[in-house]
Design a protein around this ligand. Structure first.
Ligand code: FES
Length: 100
């Protein structure tokens, strides 16, 4: 039986960066790596390190609607994101941090 612990993060932001190299639609087609980098920068600038974790992920199974960003455990899904959406995603993250 594996040991379990409580997550140290208020939320975990998963940014799909899966890249199928054009063989099939994947989130990397929409510059999801840039979205991830921008979100990480915001987390650092807002002093959220240790509270909010932005991580790249493999395929989240929602490819047709990508690029995808999911926030857990709040179960928030941002489909079809671009770097232009980063301020709105960060605003939602701020709501989560402020109410934690
Ligand atoms: S490639 Fe991103 S959800 Fe599948």
């Amino acid at each position: 039986m594996p040991t379990t612990r409580r997550s140290p993060y208020i939320c975990h932001v998963l940014v799909c960066t899966n890249d199928r190299q054009g063989r099939r639609k994947s989130c990397a087609d929409g510059n999801s790596a840039q979205v991830r980098a921008a979100l990480k920068k915001e987390v650092g600038e807002r002093g959220w390190r240790g509270k909010v974790r932005v991580s790249p992920s493999g395929c989240l199974g929602l490819c047709a609607d990508g690029p995808n960003v999911l926030i857990y455990p709040q179960k928030i899904w941002f489909p079809g994101v671009s770097t232009a959406d980063v301020p709105d995603i960060v605003a939602r993250m701020a709501q989560i941090v402020d109410t934690a």
